[in-house]
Design a protein around this ligand. Sequence first.
Ligand code: NAD
Length: 280
Amino acid sequence: MNIINGKEIAAELRMQLKEKVEKLKEKNIHIGLAVIIVGDNPASRIYVNNKKKACAEVGIESFEYALPAETTQEELINLIEKLNNDKKVNGILVQLPVPKHIDDKAVINAISVKKDVDGFSHNNMGKLATGDYGLLPCTPAGIIYMLKHEGIQIAGKHCVVIGRSNIVGKPVSLLMLDENATVTICHSKTPNLKYHTLQADIIISAVGHAKLVTADMVKKGAVIVDVGMNKDENGKLCGDVDFENVAPKCSYITPVPGGVGPMTIAMLLNNTVKTCEQEN
Ligand code: NAD
């Protein structure tokens, strides 16, 4: 059994991006990422800080816009439109969730397609669905990157994705399909999840439910990608997979923490560098 070290793979990718950023700087091209956070959700604050830290490490300048929870949708969209036209800003990210009175879809779709580094806009998602890739959503792109990095064969394999969210489940299913996997998507209304997972060569779990995937649900030698971020009974961060009991059965598994999480941020940096390269 191999534990896929997402932390290490992400660090390697950040080093490569740092070199690209330095080369651009030599040509007097500077990369900037605008990060917008609305309200004071503590988890969002941690995510934003981690993203800013990663930007600094590779030499991307980050501009934080911390807005009060009462910010109106119009005010937020006005800010996005200003950033769309700001040459110092190559990427724009709105940390989700936004407060309930704001329509997140309207906000995301206000971001210029070229600066949509989260890849969540209708335009970039539509491109993904038709195989004409624009900016890819970071977590799904990070998963594919990891699998390829480890030399894991995807073509011809049966991949069972658990979860159908717009940010992970659906886009990762499309990417796996484009990599020529046979894809089954399971969700909260799927009867007998185990029936499906037992047939999987690759399981990608993106649910948010600790110990949802247990050893009896996994075929021997399967590859397991755990996207979930949950708290266990001791308040420690854990994924969707019962790691201790599942790991001995599989060929490859991603841990939580240190698996998919660091890859998500690395792919955000990758998208930001890409937008800058395309602009220049
Ligand atoms: P979501 O809540 O939007 O979607 C969860 C999905 O799980 C839904 O599609 C639902 O149908 C499905 N589901 C719920 N209960 C189920 C069950 N019993 N069996 C099968 N399917 C079930 O969540 P999301 O935004 O996709 O995130 C999923 C998890 O991944 C969360 O824990 C989140 O924190 C984590 N996450 C991690 C990263 C990362 O970078 N590591 C990024 C995004 C999300």
